[in-house]
Design a protein around this ligand. Structure first.
Ligand code: PBG
Ligand code: ZN
Length: 334
């Protein structure tokens, strides 16, 4: 049937009819807010993140207060990042698994003061003196003279995950991209009695330029070199399937594609290939470019919801996004 019998515009006549034929909807349950807790801030203090307009590093008390506020607006889950004291950083990232580390303290307080699902980012880069996500050793056969060790890093990641579980985390989310880390974390969690703590694996995490604002926010830039020997090459799509396959075998409960917007094709492929809940990370650079354009008046804030809808249309079930407060505070989902 063709025009004039068929008229696509019939179902676009007004908002009421558009709303009943809408294929993709976004709910508050779909959003996960990444929050930064910084160890040297005191109650009443928060620090503006200059690379991310509208975002802050929070003291323990202020971050929890902000989380409560978001919970009242309908947020269900939060992912916690820590910024430790600079002089506590060392070669193996010790403050990442300290009982009184910043994330561990934040998790305990969040579980006490809110009913949010508390997810933690499991990595070493904010906590190592060299800023890499694993232990390093000199090696001339590399791009910048250092090898990021795989197997030796696993036990440290497992320690981080267990310490987060001990603090009360519901879900741990390893973002380091070492091979075998999901299996190592699962094994140690189970051994320590945390078989109900879920693993949200950053499965297909690309070595992306879009993380730059986050690294300023978290003070986690690598001192020398880059992350290309562990994070994925942006040119590769098939490889994302292999990464996810391994994570499924090792016991991941959620898969993730990161970044989001430049990798919508990967989101679609992974959703088609694997029957697991799929998360995408709408990363700092994606946030900052839209916010900067809105501030300059080049875009309106309608670009935010359009972006989030794109993730769900592509196949994501959940979206980690710094836009969560903006979207909730402006009732964009009501
Ligand atoms: C740490 C980590 C990073 C992000 C999340 N966890 C940075 C990186 O890998 O360099 C990026 C998040 C964002 O850009 O919003 N491994
Ligand atoms: Zn890292």
């Amino acid at each position: 049937m063709q025009f004039p019998t068929t008229r696509m515009r019939r179902l676009r006549k007004n908002e009421k009819i558009r709303s009943i034929v809408r294929e993709t909807n976004i709910y508050k349950e779909d959003l996960i807010y990444p929050i930064f807790f910084k160890d040297d801030l005191e109650k009443g203090q928060k620090e503006e993140i200059t690379s991310m307009p509208g975002e802050f590093r929070y003291s323990l008390e202020d971050g929890v207060e902000f989380a409560k506020h978001l919970e009242e607006l309908g947020l269900k889950s939060i992912i916690v990042f820590g910024v430790p004291l600079k002089d506590e950083k060392d070669k193996v990232g010790t403050p990442a698994f300290a009982e009184n580390g910043i994330v561990q303290k934040a998790v305990r307080l969040l579980k006490q003061e809110t009913d949010l699902i508390v997810i933690t980012d499991v990595c070493l880069c904010q906590y190592t003196s060299h800023g890499h996500c694993g232990l390093i050793v000199e090696n001339d056969d590399t791009d910048f003279g250092f090898e990021i060790l795989n197997d030796n890093t696993l036990k440290f990641l497992a320690k981080v995950a267990v310490s987060h579980a001990e603090a009360g985390a519901d879900i741990v989310a390893p973002s380091d991209m070492m091979d075998g880390r999901v299996g190592a974390i699962r094994e140690h969690l189970d051994e320590e009695g945390f078989s109900n703590v879920a693993i949200m694996s950053y499965s297909a995490k690309y070595a992306s330029a879009f993380y730059e604002p986050f690294r300023e926010a978290a003070c986690s830039s690598p001192g020398v070199g880059n992350r290309k020997s562990y994070q994925m090459d942006p040119s590769n799509a098939i490889e994302a399937i292999r990464e996810c396959e391994l994570d499924v075998i090792e016991g991941a409960d959620f898969l993730m594609v990161k970044p989001g917007l430049p990798y919508l094709d990967i989101i679609k492929t992974i959703k088609e290939e694997f029957p697991l809940p799929l998360v995408t990370y709408n990363v700092s650079g994606e946030y900052s470019m839209i916010m900067a354009a809105i501030e300059k008046g080049y875009l309106t804030d309608k670009a935010i919801l359009e972006t989030l809808i794109a993730f769900k249309r592509a196949g994501a079930d959940l979206i980690i996004t710094n836009f969560a407060p903006y979207v909730l505070e402006n009732n964009m989902l009501d």
